[in-house]
Design a protein around this ligand. Structure first.
Ligand code: PBG
Length: 334
């Protein structure tokens, strides 16, 4: 669609930009707190303790008690969901990753505590083996190979333990083939009819995950890269095939990750499928904006708001972002 315009001066675009009110009337896309999912890092420990993550200024690892406080804060700010990432103690990381489906692991304890205290807030949990794996990879590693089918079996156990703990949204971030169908069948089989799957369908092998790997303590362990399971940043059609595959296996919603370098993928996914589409503004994107803002190189608050609005413009229905509480507070302040 190419709209017709009378030639200048009958058409003057600046007429529609005269005042804040006129600009608001003509604005095509808006961001609200209801568009945000807040990823948080959970750690062991008693009381309301928080621990800084140097490569993510302003983001902390929080004890279960602290996460419950954050969940209350999120609900008060109108943020609909929180997403949990555990910092598993090093002595619980093993070759067989059994802690991933321990009913009492950190993620499951945090889920139960949040659902007891703030039942209206949706809890999203992460399905992948990297926080539990001595090898730092999302799947089992045998002789240097990341095994697919054996990993999927483990991911199903992890999924069921998260659903049992009360997770509302399961977020498989592992990029193994066939996992969505296996997880959906297991959820239905166990009676978890209403548990949603938000598939990290188009997750790229990205350098922008660096600070996250620091946050969950996977940086040191990880040998090599994740290029045999995460998507090649040079590909775009492949993202559509991945999304089609995951939808056909029973995903409710799909995600593109990282966010800002992949806005073109968000738009293609939304246009092609018309399903609820999410982007993950990942740790490295957060670090760039926050770091430059703290150094006075850019206006950090304005860059945050502009970056998040860009996801709406690209067709996303929601965004996972570490900025969620800051952005929601800024929106509430007007
Ligand atoms: C791993 C996982 C990663 C992120 C979420 N889940 C990192 C990776 O794939 O290495 C990245 C999130 C971020 O960078 O903020 N299962």
């Amino acid at each position: 669609m190419t709209p017709l315009h009378a030639p200048f001066p009958m058409t003057r675009f600046r007429r529609s930009r005269q005042t804040p009110g006129i600009r608001a009337l003509a604005q095509e896309n808006t961001l609200t707190a209801g568009d945000l999912i807040w990823p948080v890092f959970v750690r062991e420990g008693d009381g309301v303790a928080r621990e800084d993550i140097p490569s993510m200024p302003g983001v902390q690892r929080q004890t279960v008690d602290a996460v419950v406080e954050s969940a209350r804060e999120a609900a008060d700010l109108g943020i609909p969901a929180i997403c949990l990432f555990p910092y598993t103690p090093m002595d619980k990381r093993t070759k067989d990753c059994a802690e991933a489906w321990n009913p009492d692991n950190l993620s499951n304890r945090a889920t139960r505590a949040i659902k007891a205290a703030v039942p209206g807030l949706a809890v999203m949990t992460d399905v992948a083996l990297d926080p539990y794996n001595i090898d730092g990879h999302d799947g089992f590693v045998v002789d240097g190979e990341i095994l697919n089918d054996e990993t999927v079996e483990a991911l199903v156990k992890q999924t069921l333990s998260q659903a049992e703990a009360g997770a509302d949204i399961i977020g498989p971030s592992d990029m193994m083939d066939g996992r969505i169908g296996a997880m959906r069948r297991a959820l239905e089989g166990a009676g978890h009819k209403n548990v949603m799957i938000l598939s990290y369908a188009a997750k790229y092998a990205s350098a922008f995950y660096g600070p996250f790997r620091d946050a969950v303590g996977a940086t040191g362990a990880l040998k090599g890269d994740k290029a045999t399971y995460q998507t090649n940043p040079g590909n775009s059609d492949e993202a559509l095939r991945l999304v089609a595959r995951d939808l056909s296996e029973g995903a409710d919603w799909v995600m593109v990750k990282p966010g800002m370098p992949y806005l073109d993928i968000c738009r293609r996914v939304k246009d092609n499928f018309g399903v609820p589409t999410f982007a993950y503004q990942v740790s490295g994107e957060y670090a760039m904006i926050k770091g430059a803002g703290l150094n006075g190189w850019i206006d950090g608050d304005k860059a945050m708001a502009e970056s998040l609005l860009s996801f709406k413009r690209a067709g996303c229905d929601g965004i996972l972002t570490y900025f969620a509480p800051d952005m929601a507070r800024a929106l509430a302040a007007g």
